[in-house]
Ligand binder design. Sequence first.
Ligand code: GLC
Ligand code: GLC
Length: 660
Amino acid sequence: MDDRDEADLDARRRLPDAQRRRAAAACLRALLPAVRIEAERTLGRAESVAFVARLELWFADLHLPLDALFGDRHDTAGLAARIVRQALAAAAARPAALRELDRRREVDPRWYQHPRMVGYVAYVDRFAGTIRGLHTRLDHLAELGVTYLHLMPLLRPREGENDGGYAVADYTSVDPRLGTMADLEELAAALRERGMSLCVDLVVNHTAREHAWAKDWLAGRNSFYRSFPDRTVPDAYEATLPDVFPDRAPGSFSLVDEAGGWVWTTFWDYQWDLDHTNPEVFAAMLGTVLQLADRGVEIVRMDAAPFLGKRLGTNCQNQPEVHDILQAMRAAVALAAPATVFKAEAIVAPEDLVPYLGGHPRERPECELAYHNQLMVLLWSCLATKDARLAVQALRRMTSAPESSAWATYVRCHDDIGWAVSDVDAAAVGWDGPAHRRFLNDFYSGRFPGSFARGALFQENPETGDARISGTAAALCGLDEARERSDAGAVDLALRRLVLLHAVTYGFGGIPLLYMGDELGLANDESYRDDPAKADDNRWLHRPRMDEAAFGRRHDPAAVEGRIFGWLRCLAATRAELLALTAGRTSDVLGLDDPHVLAWRRRHPRSGVFLGLANMAEHPASVDAGLVAGLEQVLGSDPLELRDGRVTLPPLSWMWFSEP
Ligand code: GLC
Ligand code: GLC
């Protein structure tokens, strides 16, 4: 077995915090005089003052995690000094327009929490053909109130199958089919002009096996990856490792060749996991982030973050080193490009999620944003069960996230839906976790009798019975099925479901993310089956191309598209004015006497209370009128109706209230 597996990985982490801070302070004292001089030389007087101020503010947050990660085998002081110089070089290369943005963000550091934030997520080719083509879509985004645009992976991928771009062959260039780095820079500038921030993926866990780093590794020129000569170590790890893609990529290791041995491949066999115990990997990835930030990327989506640390005997997710890597990266980027924030892609159990936002026993800056996958999963569970109890239970049990953070709330994204429903929460409402997850798969794949959903099972695992769900939001809400039958009543119900889900994500206090096509209710796209590079991955079902005909109907209030689009515009515009929807404060989910209703309340010291109500049932429900006393309805699927001291909620209705 590898000596690393025997090592005490927590030796440095166990030292008292005060001692670790003293070491960091000593290191900074030694470093400062030289950095001051270098900064003044490369940045000029004013900028260098700002850089040094940031260094003093952030240095401990860089040093502590670097020391925890590498300190047992490397000289932390030397490494920290090198990272600081890397950041200084990136600061010096930062274009003037982005330095201005830095200034603005230093004045308004919580910009990503504003209620006007609305996100949009799209594949460049599927949305607009090319990066240049995107300029013609900016009016569309503005109409939806979008302030944040996440473009799916756009760096140069390997040829052929590439996991939707998540198998990157070169971090320094853009996929030539989409455009160039110059196009990306130009787009970022155009977005900035309109108050929109660009978000791009950092595929940090792995590279394509065609990446130059992998080739150099094979040639013995670096040690960016690990390999194992035989199955001994892989088998030992796999004893406790779940499969991400059990049906077509079982196991977590792939054979390079007889000479090269087994390499770690958490995802597809062409995606090689980097060895994040090597500080050179950290420096290289940091270089990638800094380079993107200097092109105008403002939000870096940390792809597959939970997988960065591997420990024998664990599921190799959410390990302590994952958080150290993100924290060290956070601090280093703050030095060079303070306008930049991080978003964690951590689709994990609720108790593991909040740490990605810096929520540890002692808060530490990590990622500002993270997907609220709990809310997403629970909303779909509500629609299938026509009941809100599980959501109420699970959301109330979640630890609150640090005040400085913001959830990205969403209905659908480009990935499958994995039923991250905890057995504890299921049991608390009298359900069996595994049985409920099976039900959700049956329901959303449409095989449950009476189901309105038209999804597909993703990665069914016959051994464990696990599966996840693919399908567009509209298809999962019953729109495809209703349209197939030309049933106007069923179309109405499907639209009510769809808008209801968005009304929760837009009203929950975070950044709502809209997945491209969902603003028009686009249907499942079966055409992926004809493309050999996609046919085996049914997540393409819910990654349709923009449908120009449907797009043309977005302003028609009588068309399905126009109805959805109209609501989303309304949600965004109303949200923008509601201070209580500022992210960072917790939504209090209320326990009510009607199990069908999800109710949440938010408070803001300057605007008072916000209350959201959503009836998940397909029959009327009601709540005590006292809940809305002193509040006025600001938006809703239906007008407020009070009867016998109750607020009446029609089937699948939702309402937003606020203090006048
Ligand atoms: C992330 C992406 C997913 C991809 C995986 C591997 O989870 O969202 O689409 O397959 O990472 O990169
Ligand atoms: C990432 C996500 C997981 C998803 C997978 C493939 O690992 O964390 O939820 O299923 O990618 O899409």
